[in-house]
Design a protein around this ligand. Sequence first.
Ligand SMILES: [Fe+2]
Length: 272
Amino acid sequence: MTFKLSDKHIEEYHMLGYTIFNKILPPLLIRDLRRVTDKAREIARAEDGPQVQRLEPVADYDIDQQPFTDYAELPELVDAIAKVLTVRHRHGARDGLAILFEPGQIPYCTEWHRDWRDNASGLKLSMWDEVFSDLYFFNQINCALYEDSCTWFVPGSHLRRDVSGEIERFPDRPIAGPDLQDKTAEERERLCLEYCRSMPGGVQLHLEAGDFALYRNTLWHIGNYVPYRKRATLHDRADTPEFLAWREKATEEARRQRDAGIDMENPNFATG
Ligand SMILES: [Fe+2]
C-alpha cells in the first residue's frame, strides 16, 4: 500500500516534535539500500573499529551511490516533507547523509541531550535560544532499513525550555551518561536501559523497515544501542540554506569560545 500523508502527521510533528511516515520506502529500495549499507558497515568498521556508530557523509565513500539518489528523489518523500514543512526543506543531500549502525561488540548509549545545546561545546546558549523553535532549523531524520528501537524522545520538549523534572535529573553540563566502566555486556545493556527510562516523560520510538521518522532535534533525545540487533538507519536532515548558514556560523563561534577557554554553558544557570 502506498504511503499517504494525513493531517495527523502534520499535527504530530508540530505538537510532539516528531512524526513517522510508515513504510514510505518501497521494498525494492530497501533491498538496494541494505546492499550498499552492508558495504558501508564494513568500511566504517575497517576505518574506526567494531564499535563505530556511523559512516558520514556517504558521498565520500566508494559505495554505489544510486540507492541514495533514489532515496533523495523518492516523490512520496519529497512531497510529504514539503507538506509537513515547506518545499524549501530538502532531504538526501549526499554531503550530510549518514548511516547509523549497531555496535559490533558491546552495548552503549549516548547521553540524553538536545542537539547543539548539550552536545556543542563552546556554543553560546543565546545563539541556540534565538532559533530553537524556528521550523527552518533543526529538522532531523532517521529512516530505518531494519527494525530500529534505538531512539528515545521526550515528546513536546521541542516547544519549551526544560521543566523542573528535567533540570533535577540533569542539573550539570556536560550531561553525564551511565557509568559503564568495567561492566559486562549484560550489565551495560541494563544500565543503559535504566538511564533511558530515568528521563521524565521519555518514550521509546519503534521503527519498522522502511519507516521514516522526521523529528525536531531540539527535543530531548537519546540513542541506545545493542550489538545483537542489526541496524542500518539513514541519518539525514530536512535541510534549508538558512540552517546550513547557521551551522557554519555556530561552529565558528563555538571554536572561538573554546579557544578563549570557554566550554559548555549550563542552561540551568541561564538568567534569560
Ligand atoms: Fe542528537
